[in-house]
Design a protein around this ligand. Structure first.
Ligand SMILES: [Zn+2]
Length: 229
């Protein structure tokens, strides 16, 4: 490859090597630029405490999987009052804590999962060189849904197939901000009704044509406006 830079998952990562993996994909080894800022007290440390590594699935290359093997600096916090003794640099520009894939891959999984459902998304992602299970698609959608801290007032409720086009859950979308706000793992009047009762801020509900969500809207949100889509 002409430039290692092109393999970097973000501007904070310096790529050291790009090699073929045993499984036929690519391993991109890189170092996250050390910053030494303690996540608890915010002070800058100068005392290094070794390294930790994280492996993250990244954008595929020519249909092959790409794994970023990232070295992240560890530090000792030098602030006497800080409860944290050691910490690793935060890599928020690349991936979320405990994530197994880069945030930019997570966004693609979320978009495809939202648009097509779990199993079709799994198949499409596999064709693109992104090995992701339908369970992961569901989890990714739920994680992202929990992120949106704002209170929705106009929502859409619809079916969402998440496994083999047979198991149906319920997807709830904030229609004003166009984001998924929750995924219910079943398609059930009771769970949908309970969700609406927990969200009194919802004023307008746009639902599917079948009667199930209409019933939930009547029971869970009797004074709110409900429209057919
Ligand atoms: Zn600290």
């Amino acid at each position: 490859m002409s430039s290692k830079k092109h393999w970097s998952p973000g501007s904070d990562v310096a790529v050291q090597s790009v090699e073929r993996s045993e499984r036929g994909g690519w391993i991109v080894s890189g170092v996250f630029a050390p910053n030494g800022i303690c996540p608890d007290c915010g002070l800058h440390s100068r005392r290094r405490h070794g390294w930790r590594r994280r492996r993250l699935q990244d954008y595929p290359a020519h249909g092959d999987e790409v794994t970023v093997d990232l070295a992240i600096c560890r530090w000792r916090c030098q602030a006497p009052a800080c409860p944290r003794r050691t910490f690793s640099d935060q890599i928020a520009s690349i991936a979320r804590p405990f994530a197994r894939r880069t945030s930019r891959v997570g966004e693609i999984v979320t978009h495809l999962g939202h648009a097509t459902g779990g199993r079709p998304a799994e198949r499409l992602l596999h064709r693109l060189g992104l090995g992701v299970s339908d369970d992961t698609v569901l989890r990714q959608l739920k994680n992202r849904a929990q992120d949106s801290g704002e209170s929705p007032t106009v929502i859409g409720i619809d079916d969402w197939s998440w496994r083999k086009s047979q198991t149906y859950g319920t997807i709830i979308v904030d229609l004003e901000r166009r984001v998924v706000i929750d995924i219910l793992e079943d398609r059930d009047v009771v769970s949908c009704t309970n969700w609406l009762k927990r969200h009194p801020e919802v004023e307008v509900i746009s639902r599917d044509r079948c009667g199930l969500y209409a019933q939930a809207a009547r029971q869970g949100a009797p004074h709110r406006m409900s429209t057919l889509t």
